[in-house]
Ligand binder design. Structure first.
Ligand SMILES: [Zn+2]
Length: 209
């Protein structure tokens, strides 16, 4: 097997297991992927199998252009969302989709996370916008996620979870963790009078509702 594909499979499995360990997903939920550098290939977690039971060789390989899959398991049902992001964002090399608690709490409230933390603005490039609801696995969800993501590194998925991207999959995982921290702080600061926008982002923010 191409050593780059093998390396991508190992990275995807390691990240999927790390997502479970860090409490960003439970059971078989969530998924993650890597674009194999210099190719049209994406390696993604398979659907409905616990990550601790999988081996690197069990990861699925998909051709972005033809959407042809190879591997003994079926790819994650969110494969559409991953492929659509890779097409829209050529610089993205890794994607993580989680069901993390605090990010999802903001998403089920139908809200976005405004730019409230410096680290959020520097790492994610601003607010964490909310993608409109669409059923899991649909092309509508993929389109809504890409629209909410824009040029930024993370978005919320209404009634569902979080999508984070990066140049490498380890960056995407870090970005998901920054979303969790920003979401927790956003929720907590609402208890004591409400968060304030990072000053240098204030002029880019829509007026409060
Ligand atoms: Zn999901």
């Amino acid at each position: 097997m191409d050593p780059q594909v093998l390396e991508a499979k190992e990275e995807v499995l390691k990240t999927a297991q790390e997502m479970v360990r860090r409490g960003l997903v439970a059971g078989t939920s969530g998924n993650c992927s890597v674009r194999v550098p210099g190719t049209d290939l994406v390696v993604i977690t398979p659907t409905s199998i616990e990550y601790e039971r999988l081996l690197a060789e069990d990861m699925c390989v998909i051709d972005i252009k033809s959407a042809q899959a190879e591997g003994r398991y079926k790819p994650s049902i969110e494969i559409n969302m991953h492929l659509t992001v890779y097409e829209a964002r050529p610089e993205v090399g890794g994607i993580v989709h989680t069901h993390q608690t605090m990010g999802t709490a903001v998403a089920v409230a139908g809200k976005r996370i405004p730019p409230i933390l410096e680290e959020q603005v520097f790492a994610l490039y601003g607010a964490v916008e909310l993608a409109e609801y669409a059923a899991p696995g649909t092309t509508d969800l993929a389109g809504n996620a890409v629209a909410a993501l824009g040029h930024r590194n993370a978005c919320l998925l209404a009634h569902h979870g979080v999508l984070a991207v990066g140049q490498k999959i380890r960056d995407a995982l870090l970005h998901a963790e920054i979303v969790e921290r920003a979401a927790s702080i956003y929720i907590m600061s609402n208890i004591i009078g409400g968060p304030r926008i990072v000053p240098f982002m204030a002029d880019q923010e829509p007026p409060p509702e």
